[in-house]
Design a protein around this ligand. Structure first.
Ligand code: GUN
Ligand code: ZN
Length: 643
């Protein structure tokens, strides 16, 4: 039985565990392509020396060679290749893309893959070429879907790759993906992308992957079929691709071409080697050039594999650190076509925003104008317009001078503004930053260069202007605030309330700030720690991101004030005793989840009758929770016995 579990995530990117009958691999993973006729690097070396736990080979080539076919069918693929890990097989589709029609039938190909002990076999899909008409593409997808359905029926205990097609037509991609999602497929490769990559059409690749992701089943791993250059791993992982495969490491090596993170370079053109990978260490360019052909090909192939492995490790590290956007932004500056892709990704920020965590551990880095395409920007802009209510109807406008939080940098100026009845608003690179929210993610936990980009400055300024116009009657420059104001104000209380409104909405905030309010403030930092309303501890503010952790009492208030399913995950009766004791909520026990919640959002766990049983933070989003049969949906903080 196929199993895929998410261990860590960063937006759409995930570190997962894919289990098969030949063991498991951690994703994102690359499967080196092994041509059973030419083993440039042997499968055993791939496993032992490089630690690749999975490879892919072509069952069509094996089937067409009497010698290989006979051996594979008698001893099985694993023994034939001497590879103890996971073996995926492809079906011959790619041969038909390269060399024209191939003479095999889908069922025959699936049965053959079963007969040689493939762990994950592939349907004989039809490769949709980018130059085809939409009609032709749509017709061929129908055939692929029929074949996929048939493959699912006969797959037995082999897992199956159901390859999504649709060329560069986003609607066909999404529709095909959605139909595949409802079939009994184990892995979702996105096919038909090799010509796009060969032509550096990375921008189109972004549309293809995003439109596919919209339809696919989020509980299954996504394989970017034929993508094996380390240059695109960060971007592809950011879009939610879990598996890659590479024949290039060997093909390029045969042409004396070396893969690096910033491109592929010809040995004859290179000016120096300067590579510290185990294959190149101690070697000079001259030394490599002088090697005999076989040794040179092997050395370059190994070099290419080390580059691939190194980048995959880095991608995983950045996912763990919640910083994959930043790695993708760096990588996409290696080639203008990749920069186009990154810019295009910014146009999908609404979709990406559904998966983007509410905050993260470290600061967000601005690396250039493309950073504005990150969902954190559009989400902030939307929320501040929808949820912020100013305490006064006059604003005092400040400029961001790079020092944060603003209320510390402008301490006396803010006080003066408030005393005169003005609400301080900083024109930040995110747009308007009202003083009450300035310690909250992302306002405080972000770093921008001191020299602004004109584009970002203009975009932020127009957001600020729209905000001031809609929320205030009057705005003055901070330097024009009159002296000697005598308005009373409680900045902590204003902050406490504004953050609650921003995080949970006005109705929930009103219920949390009922009656007499007492704030517990840290003696060391002066920051708000706890909110006590009518004697009940309802909220705690996190020092790290300036957002709230919801207490049980706060959860009771919200469920009474805000109708379900808002801010809730409902679980069935089986889970109630466990979750009440503080155990995490697993996907299989969830009845429903508020679809607007994103990873790391605070959530109230309720039973089927909307009775509060715990509070916690979202680990997955609602559509993922319904797709996964396994894994943590909510990290529970407190059970019924808490407080
Ligand atoms: N290898 C690279 N692209 C594809 C594809 O679209 N389908 C299959 N089956 N294999 C591939
Ligand atoms: Zn090297």
């Amino acid at each position: 039985m196929a199993m895929f579990e998410i261990i860590r995530r960063d937006g759409l990117a995930r570190i997962g565990k894919l289990e098969t009958r030949s063991g498991s691999v951690e994703t994102p993973a690359l499967l080196p392509v092994v041509n059973p006729k030419i083993c440039t690097v042997t499968p055993r070396e791939l496993y032992d020396e490089f630690g690749f736990g999975a490879l892919i080979t072509n069952s069509y080539i094996i089937k067409n060679s009497p010698e290989l076919r006979e051996k594979a069918q008698s001893v099985g693929l694993h023994e034939m290749l001497d590879f103890p890990g996971i073996i995926m097989t492809d079906s011959g589709t790619f041969q038909s893309h390269m060399y024209g029609e191939v003479e095999v039938a889908n069922e025959e190909m699936v049965e053959f893959q079963k007969s040689i002990g493939s762990d994950i076999g592939t349907v004989l899909d039809i490769f949709t070429e980018p130059f085809w008409s939409k009609e032709r593409t749509a017709e061929s997808i129908e055939v692929t879907l029929e074949r996929t359905q048939r493959a699912c029926e006969i797959k037995g205990d082999m897992m199956i790759n159901g390859v999504g097609q649709g060329s560069v037509f986003p609607d066909l991609r999404e529709d095909c993906a959605r139909k595949m999602a409802s079939m009994d497929i184990d892995v979702h490769p996105i096919g038909g992308i090799v010509p796009l990559m060969e032509q550096y059409r990375y921008r189109d690749l972004v549309d293809v992957v995003i439109s596919s992701k919209k339809g696919l089943n989020p509980s299954r791993p996504v394989h970017l079929f034929g993508a094996g250059h380390p240059m695109i791993f960060a971007l592809a992982a950011l879009m939610g691709c879990d598996l890659f495969d590479s024949a290039s490491y060997a093909k390029f090596a045969r042409d004396d071409r070396l893969m690096f993170i910033d491109g592929t370079f010809r040995l004859q053109d290179m000016q120096s080697l300067d590579c510290e990978c185990p294959a190149c260490r101690g070697l000079t360019l001259e030394g490599l050039r002088k090697m005999n052909a076989r040794d040179r090909t092997r050395t370059i192939a190994k070099h290419n594999l080390y580059q691939i492995r190194g980048e995959l490790r880095l991608v995983k590290r950045y996912i763990r650190e919640g910083r994959l956007w930043e790695l993708a932004e760096m990588r996409c500056r290696a080639h203008p076509a990749l920069l186009d892709a990154l810019r295009r990704l910014g146009e999908h920020s609404e979709f990406l925003g559904k998966y983007d965590p509410v905050s993260r551990d470290g600061a967000m880095f601005y690396t250039g104008t493309e950073t504005r395409g990150r969902p954190v920007f559009s989400k902030y802009a939307k929320r501040i317009m929808e949820r912020y209510t100013p305490p006064t109807d006059k604003a005092a406008l400040f400029c961001d001078e790079g020092s944060k939080p603003y209320s510390r940098a402008f301490e006396s100026e803010f006080r003066k503004a408030r005393s005169a009845g003005y609400t301080p608003v900083v024109a930040s690179p995110f747009g308007p930053a009202p003083a009450e929210l300035d310690e909250m993610y992302p306002l405080a936990q972000s770093v921008f260069p001191l020299a602004e980009d004109a584009e970002t400055k203009a975009a932020a300024a127009s957001l600020t202007e729209a905000f001031l116009r809609s929320k205030f009657k009057e705005t003055v420059k901070w330097s024009d605030i009159p002296d000697g104001g005598a308005e009373e104000f409680d900045a902590d209380l204003l902050r406490a309330r504004a953050v609650a409104e921003y995080q949970f909405g006005a109705a929930a905030a009103a219920s949390l700030f009922r009656g007499s309010i007492e704030l517990v403030v840290s003696r060391n930092t002066g920051k708000i720690r706890n909110v006590i309303s009518d004697g009940e501890h309802v909220l705690s503010m996190r020092a790290g991101d300036g957002l709230y952790t919801l207490r049980k009492e706060g959860a009771h208030r919200i469920t009474a004030a805000v109708p379900a399913p808002s801010l809730r995950v409902a679980v069935n009766d089986d889970a109630v005793p466990f979750v009440s004791e503080g155990r995490n909520v697993f996907c299989q026990f969830v009845l429903s989840a508020d679809p607007s919640l994103v990873p790391m959002d605070e959530v109230i766990v309720v039973d089927k009758d909307d009775k509060v049983i715990a509070t916690g933070r979202m680990a997955l989003v609602s559509d993922e929770i319904s797709a996964f049969k396994k894994g943590v949906a909510v990290k529970v903080r407190s059970g019924a016995g808490e407080d």
